[in-house]
Design a protein around this ligand. Structure first.
Ligand SMILES: Cc1cc2nc3c(=O)[nH]c(=O)nc-3n(C[C@H](O)[C@H](O)[C@H](O)COP(=O)(O)O)c2cc1C
Length: 166
């Protein structure tokens, strides 16, 4: 799969099977996140938490507003040390790299911010899922096999207004 094919094929998936994601595929996804560009090259300001425990995922879902992870068997949380725009943008670059690598490995994914809200308020829960002290969960990726086959996308599905200045 080319990069362009992966970019077009990736889509927010909100229904997963219970089939586990093989460890080596998760490792590749993590490394893709590490390979992303981050502001000032300060990789020490980021932390990845890979959760494959259904009980731990359910605990996060049950807290706060109850935003779901859609039955995904794996979730990667990207936490940042300084909760500023540069770190947030960088976490975005990381999560997209992860999502594209998931797509390339025939996995489905969904970028999820909503489920992290309780973790921002509940220090005990954050510590239970090993978010390091001083870090804030910023964005997460639900990963797994889709319940329904993803629609093959050969081209872009979205519109963004743009201008040219020549
Ligand atoms: C920063 C960010 C936060 C998001 N948070 C959520 C979320 O909490 N729940 C959810 O179902 N989707 C979430 N999404 C997925 C978007 O809704 C989805 O990517 C968008 O509608 C475009 O659709 P596509 O991914 O299929 O191209 C998020 C995406 C981004 C980039």
């Amino acid at each position: 799969m080319s990069i362009q094919e992966a970019i077009y094929a990736r889509q927010a998936t909100r229904s997963f099977t219970t089939e586990a994601v093989p460890e080596e595929k998760l490792q590749k996804i993590i490394i893709a996140g590490q390979a992303a560009p981050v502001g000032m090259g300060q990789y020490e300001n980021y932390h990845f938490t890979t959760i494959t425990s259904a009980a731990a995922i359910a605990k996060i879902e049950a807290a706060g507003s109850g935003h779901p992870y859609y039955g995904a068997p794996a979730v990667v949380i990207i936490s940042i040390k300084n909760n500023g725009p540069m770190e947030q943008v960088s976490a975005g670059a990381m999560v997209e790299n992860m999502a594209l690598l998931a797509t390339e490995q025939d996995l489905a994914s969904c970028v999820v911010a909503g489920a992290l809200q309780p973790l921002l308020k509940d220090e005990k829960l954050a510590s239970e899922i090993k978010i390091p002290a001083g870090f804030v969960p910023c964005i997460s990726l639900a990963v797994g096999y889709p319940k329904e086959h993803l629609k093959p996308a050969a081209s872009n599905r979205h519109e963004v207004a743009s201008d040219d200045i020549n």
